[in-house]
Design a protein around this ligand. Structure first.
Ligand code: HEC
Ligand code: HEC
Length: 390
């Protein structure tokens, strides 16, 4: 044991020395760098940005993304189309902890790139350690939602305004108001440069902050999954895909089978519905969802239908993170749908009772195998969506 401890201390010492020498080597390189030798400090020096912005505005989307069924879901307003520098500014804001009152959390703290811009907790910790009331949402394909409203209960009327809500939220980032936010950003030289590049002027306003964040988020589009490979080869959602295993194709048939209903709500290649739905999680509703915002009793228990792209990466599931695994989600639809008065039609039998799917064990596995073909490592690995801070 003692022997082991000594070894550990020695190892720790060696790694300390190597890390230290690596660090000092790095420092030497920086000192010799002609840019750093000049007296003017580069305002972008704390950031890992390339001289040219990444391509956010003109990604090579597959043809079916340009179909009417998908393009009509696009909620981009004409006044805030994505530009490469606008999204770059949005990316820096997204990863900047100075957006929270005590510099402790960034948007990226609860929306992590490797987890499809969601996180792995039922409820996320805000700036002071308090928990959010709902499960963090994946930010993939937020651009494609025809209703054009945001958050589980759709209280975010536009993405441009919704992106500012977490900043002043008492649990999430805790800023007293948006003026404080603007003053904060004014203290950082890199924002003057980035606002100039994004909007043609250095002036920082909260509107521009919301717009840049919205541009970054709308650029997070998933189109590089194994499902997309198959969809590109076969011009149909329903036919089998040659790049799929037999099990994945079986799951795909089930998913698109009207008797199961999945595709009645998680529609098109974006796997979202045009409007909020009630999938019978509980009755009576603990969380009123959309009905809690509109005060319409017919909307109680309705929630935004999240895209199923990258669903493998965003556990736990549902607005309250109640299901830890996809197996539990499938079991809900298989046997657990509750007879809520607002239960959406897709989950009702002709006599109005909740559907019971009676899936066999291998059918449940097949459905999950299909859902995993929607995983997009193009998003989780792309440096243009990564943390730009050094
Ligand atoms: C403390 C964790 C936390 C932080 C920090 C946070 N979010 Fe979120 N985000 C959430 C949660 C939780 C939800 C769902 C809340 C709800 O529906 O009530 C959410 C939802 C969203 C949505 C809605 C997605 C959709 O499909 O409707 C967007 C967009 C979003 N956040 C962007 C941001 C941005 C931009 C920031 C930084 C300015 C940010 N978030 C900071 C936890 C967080
Ligand atoms: C009536 C419309 C409807 C049908 C049919 C439907 N869903 Fe859903 N689905 C929803 C809604 C609404 C949510 C979010 C509910 C919530 O969190 O309150 C959801 C959530 C999910 C989630 C979790 C998403 C997340 O980010 O947490 C998965 C996975 C899912 N559904 C898969 C399926 C599968 C598989 C089927 C078919 C067996 C199916 N759904 C059928 C409406 C539907």
């Amino acid at each position: 044991m003692l022997q082991h401890r000594k070894k550990c201390i020695l190892l720790a010492f060696i790694s300390f020395i190597s890390v230290y020498s690596f660090y000092s080597c790095n420092k030497t390189v920086v000192v010799n760098n002609p840019v750093s030798n000049t007296n003017t400090t580069d305002p972008l020096a704390t950031l890992n940005l390339l001289p040219a912005a990444y391509n956010y505005s003109n990604q090579s989307l597959p043809p079916y993304y340009l179909s009417q069924a998908v393009s009509e879901q696009d909620n981009t307003p004409a006044a805030n189309t994505v530009t490469d520098w606008g999204a770059t500014l949005g990316r820096v804001l997204f990863y900047d902890k100075i957006l929270s009152i005590n510099n402790s959390v960034a948007c990226a703290s609860c929306h992590k790139q490797n987890l499809s811009f969601a996180d792995d907790k039922a409820f996320s910790e805000g700036f002071a350690g308090a928990l959010t009331a709902r499960n963090s949402m994946s930010l993939v394909n937020v651009k494609y939602y025809r209703n054009g409203k945001f958050l589980w209960d759709e209280r975010g009327a536009t993405l441009e305004t919704q992106t500012l809500m977490p900043v002043v939220h008492p649990v999430e980032m805790g800023m007293p108001n948006l003026d404080t936010l603007v003053n904060r950003l004014n203290t950082k030289a890199y924002y003057a440069v980035l606002f100039q590049k994004a909007f043609g002027a250095q002036t920082i306003t909260s509107d521009k902050i919301g717009s840049a964040l919205a541009q970054f988020i709308r650029s997070i589009i998933s189109y590089q999954t194994r499902f997309d490979e198959g969809r590109t080869l076969i011009n149909s959602l329903r036919l089998s895909y040659p790049n799929f295993t037999a099990q994945e194709n079986e799951g795909k048939q089930l998913f698109f089978n009207p008797l199961l209903g999945c595709n009645g709500c998680h529609k098109t290649e974006t796997f979202t519905a045009p409007s909020p739905k009630n999938n019978g999680l509980e009755n009576p509703s603990v969380d009123f969802g959309v009905g809690g915002i509109t005060n319409d009793p017919l909307q109680v228990g309705n929630f935004k239908v999240p895209s199923l792209r990258n669903i493998e990466l965003t556990a736990p599931y549902m607005h309250d993170g109640r299901f830890a695994t996809l197996e539990e989600v499938i079991e809900h639809y298989n046997s657990g749908v509750q007879p809520h008065p607002n239960l959406s039609l897709q989950l009702r039998n002709p006599d109005s009772t909740p559907v019971r799917l009676h899936l066999a064990a291998d059918e449940k596995k097949a459905l999950i195998a299909f859902l995993k073909t929607l995983t997009d490592h193009g998003i989780t690995n792309d440096p243009k969506f990564s943390d730009p801070f050094k």
